[in-house]
Design a protein around this ligand. Structure first.
Ligand code: ADP
Ligand code: MG
Length: 154
């Protein structure tokens, strides 16, 4: 699936649509260059979950946990984690926990990611404000989720 958003708010709105379909234990991978809108997208998801604490990029903390919404949200940023060992980080406790896990820069630790996920790539278009958002899914539940999202957007 692919959609174009024209400003930050549209990206958040789309993220909220996705959030409405997410279930506890699900994983969302966010890819795209710095400034593409990965954290903005996460803010939209958080808003839909009723999280009121401000979402800050966890670049220097690796994982931030928000538990004041309807479902816990685990926000990871794996930039700089290229050489780290999963065992040390305990990422599986999050992936297979009760919450929704959103991963920025999951490509840096591909081997440590769950088998099934929805993957979202944001691309900055030439005008600098449009974003092309591409979504792919791995695993039955995620494929179904993506089909619903696509249906809702056509
Ligand atoms: P990342 O986490 O990918 O590094 P951020 O979400 O922190 O990116 O930053 C994205 C920046 O791009 C924000 O300043 C946001 O206001 C701006 N922006 C402009 N247009 C869009 C759009 N269509 N979607 C998302 N963000 C946008
Ligand atoms: Mg970010």
């Amino acid at each position: 699936m692919k959609i174009i958003t024209h400003n930050e708010n549209e990206t958040k709105q789309f993220a909220k649509q996705l959030a409405a379909l997410l279930k506890p234990g699900m994983t969302v991978l966010l890819e795209g260059q710095l400034g593409a809108g990965k954290t903005t997208f996460t803010k939209g998801v958080a808003e839909k979950l009723g999280i009121e604490r401000p979402i800050k990029s966890p670049t220097y903390t690796l994982i931030k946990e928000y538990s004041d919404g309807s479902i816990p949200l685990y926000h990871m940023d794996l930039y700089r984690m290229e050489n780290a060992e999963d065992e040390e980080l305990g990422l599986d406790d999050y992936f297979y926990g009760e919450g929704i896990t959103i991963v920025e820069w999951g490509s840096f630790m591909q081997d440590e990611l769950p088998e099934e996920f929805i993957s979202i790539t944001l691309n900055v278009m030439d005008n600098m404000t449009d974003r092309e958002i591409r979504l792919t899914a791995k695993g039955k539940h995620y494929i179904e989720l993506l089909e619903r999202l696509e249906h809702d957007n056509t």
